[in-house]
Design a binder for this molecule. Structure first.
Ligand code: RP5
Length: 176
């Protein structure tokens, strides 16, 4: 894990100091990807959000991703819809782990993006989450779980998040 100076419990959206990068192929993906950012913020994980398209801004993608490891980013979350190659192309340019979120933005409601993201040929891995907002949330939680292995404070926040989820589920019988 890269050396960095970061106060525990702070969340920054600025480029410097980010631990997780949340990328998406289009500004139109923002609402689907927002839960990833909200979950990272809730867990006080510093993150940044960028719109980078594998096909519309290929030069920007290459330049951004090649610098990402040197900047200390530990996990990349990449969401895209349609013929979703963002996560795979990003993964091809870096050794930083990439989590892919298929976005339900097309006529095929995300099934196309799911297959494009999950069906990476052997050699360049993309850890693929569920289609849509659930996938965005879980990508952030999975990133948090990786980071928490070496961060006891984050582990505690993650455990607290699980407890809150459990207590939000009604325990007794409910009236319909
Ligand atoms: C993909 O194409 C994006 O990730 C988005 O989900 C989809 C549509 O993009 P826009 O045409 O709305 O910009 O690259």
């Amino acid at each position: 894990m890269a050396e960095r100076t970061r106060k525990a419990g702070t969340t920054r959206r600025a480029t410097s100091g980010s631990q997780v990068a949340v990328l998406m192929g289009s500004k139109s993906d923002l609402e689907v990807m927002r839960p990833a950012a909200q979950t990272l913020a809730k867990l006080a994980i510093p993150y940044e959000v960028r719109v980078i398209s594998a096909h519309r801004t290929p030069d920007r993608l290459r330049e951004y991703v090649r610098e990402i490891e040197g900047r200390g980013i530990d996990v990349i979350i990449a969401g895209a819809g349609g013929a979703a190659h963002l996560a795979g192309v990003v993964a091809a340019h870096t050794l930083v782990p990439v989590l892919g979120v298929p976005i339900d933005s097309s006529a095929l409601h995300g099934l196309d993006a799911l297959l494009a993201t999950v069906q990476m040929p052997g050699g360049i891995p993309v850890g693929t989450l569920a289609i849509g907002k659930a996938g965005a949330t879980n990508a952030a939680l999975l990133a948090a779980a990786f980071l928490a292995r070496h961060d006891p404070g984050l582990r505690e926040r993650l455990a607290q998040h699980r407890k809150e989820q459990a207590s939000a589920v009604p325990e007794g019988p409910i009236e319909l």
